[in-house]
Design a protein around this ligand. Structure first.
Ligand code: FAD
Length: 461
């Protein structure tokens, strides 16, 4: 028997049910496709493409070590899979399920045509702890609010333990394209220097980060996760996004490390994994989560059309508000931003600048190494107030109060905004001397009042 395994957002050899089941059946061909042709697939952003390049390279090494190459091809998924089945003579095709609408439609079409041609097709659960269609309310509806959703997950059956990697793999040598020719890396200008410094994509590093996190950082996570200048979170997000680390591995190793001293930390960390599940079930039930307001009354919201220089001030961290600028520069430089700061910069764009959340979502999509179709869209909608479980409309993060509270000594601000290193008042540089630091883009009080009026009007509709 020869099984073809089609990898997508599951670029790992351990806890990969499709790969393990294929190895148990006999010979294996493992492929990854670059599909820029099928309808409805969202093209990856720049930082994600950078990550993918290195992740494929690492995956290729892991598969070589097990005995087979990674076969790369570009084209329409349906055509390429058919072609590869013919070339290899595979009698079965296995994959791990994905949950986006366009992706599911493509997979269903391929499954139907392969089955008709007598090829066995199996899909597996690998990327979410709970299949989105299994967690529903008493009346069979999807949940709209996180806490009851997560309670329902917690009382559903315990997620299965993670699976081992196959010991050895055998199979035919098929020709492969080279990911190096897919043009995922920047040429001129090379903007990826900060990414290279900050990250090593791939399964081995993801697994090491997980182990290190559970050995150390998780102790104190519940509080330290709020502090942007402390390495208090796992930084697993891009590894989870590309499936180099699986939620089953995270869940079980976190639960395993539970001891009374860090019980609260493990629970709070588990909740964050729960938010990932929640965002994906929203995405599953709302295919247009990244492009349409979940709450349709927001279609009438009076967004401000920003001038290019206003938008650039936000994008590149020149708003004159230290926390916003530090966050946006951290993002631009490293492809990642601390969660608390993500909330603050998103609130600033949407509420103080009154710019449509979709513009911010797209910028994050392009610049985050963890840009995730569900997590990004759902969190932007949460901040904007247009989402399912949304922040109350009157919650407008004040960047000054936030940095005083969560970065009291200004270490994060000074790290990312060099103009402020010598500033007397790092939280409110306009009160002192801060040479070369931009003037404030908006007045916080005035813009807040404006936003509140607009949100109130929307509510009374
Ligand atoms: P940890 O605190 O260690 O959390 C562990 C894991 O839980 C994360 O890796 C992530 O997979 C998941 N998680 C944590 N917080 C959330 C959350 N609020 N929603 C969903 N999952 C969560 N996360 C992404 O993975 N991709 C995105 O594109 C993304 N866009 C965001 C946009 C905005 C406006 C906001 C406010 C948040 C966004 N997040 C996104 C959520 C969160 O900021 C990141 O997951 C987190 O900062 C990643 O760092 P970490 O792995 O160290 O997190």
């Amino acid at each position: 028997a020869l099984t073809m395994v089609w990898l997508r957002d599951d670029l790992r050899v351990a806890d990969n049910p499709a790969l393990l089941a294929a190895a148990e059946r006999g010979d294996v061909v493992v492929c990854y496709l670059l599909d820029e042709e099928s309808e409805g697939l969202r093209p990856l952003g720049g930082a994600s493409r950078w990550w993918l390049h290195h992740s494929l390279s690492s995956l290729g090494d892991s598969l070589e070590a097990l005995g087979i190459p990674l076969v790369l091809r570009a084209g329409r998924s349906e055509d390429v899979i058919e072609q590869l089945v013919q070339e290899s003579g595979a009698d079965a095709v296995f994959w791990n399920r994905r949950y986006g609408y366009a992706e599911r439609t493509i997979d269903a079409g391929i499954k139907a045509s392969l089955t008709e041609a007598g090829v066995e097709v199996h899909s597996f659960q690998a990327n979410l702890l709970h299949e989105p269609w299994t967690i529903v309310t008493g009346s069979g509806q999807p949940y709209r609010v996180f806490t009851p959703f997560w309670n329902a997950c917690r009382s559903a059956s315990e997620p299965r333990p993670p699976l081992p990697a196959p010991h050895i793999l055998g199979g035919p040598q098929l020709t492969s394209e080279s990911f190096k020719e897919w043009g995922f890396l920047p040429t001129k200008p090379d903007w990826a220097g900060g990414l290279r410094e900050a990250w090593t994509p791939g399964e081995p590093t993801g697994q090491r980060l997980l182990a290190e996190f559970l050995d150390g950082t998780i102790s104190g996570y519940a509080d330290a996760r709020e502090l942007p200048n402390v390495e208090g979170t796992s930084r697993l997000s891009p590894h989870l996004r590309f499936g180099e680390v699986s939620p089953f591995q995270v869940w079980h190793s976190a639960e395993h490390s539970r001891n009374p001293a860090i019980s609260r930390d493990v629970t709070v960390f588990g909740n964050e994994i729960g938010w990932r599940e929640f965002c994906w079930q929203l995405q599953y039930h709302n295919p247009n989560l990244a492009t349409e307001n979940y709450r349709p009354q927001f279609n009438a919201f009076p967004w401000h059309e920003p001038a290019p220089e206003e938008l650039d001030a936000w994008r590149y961290g020149r708003t004159g508000y230290p926390l916003i600028d530090a966050g946006m520069r951290q993002l631009w430089h490293t492809g990642w931003m601390h969660n608390r700061v993500r909330m603050a910069v998103a609130s600033f764009l949407v509420k103080n600048m009154m710019v449509d959340w979709r513009i911010g979502e797209q910028w994050f999509w392009d610049t985050l190494v963890d840009a995730d179709p569900a997590n990004n869209a759902a969190n932007w909608q949460w901040v904007a107030g247009s989402g399912a479980d949304a922040a109350p409309y009157f919650r407008i993060f004040n960047p000054v109060t936030q940095s005083k509270k969560f970065d009291a000594d200004g270490g994060y601000l000074r790290r990312w905004v060099p103009e402020l290193r010598a500033a007397e008042n790092v939280h409110e540089p306009w009160k002192g001397d801060a040479d070369g630091y931009p003037a404030r883009l908006v007045d916080l009080k005035e813009s807040r009042a404006q936003a509140l009026t607009a949100y109130r009007e929307l509510r009374s509709r």
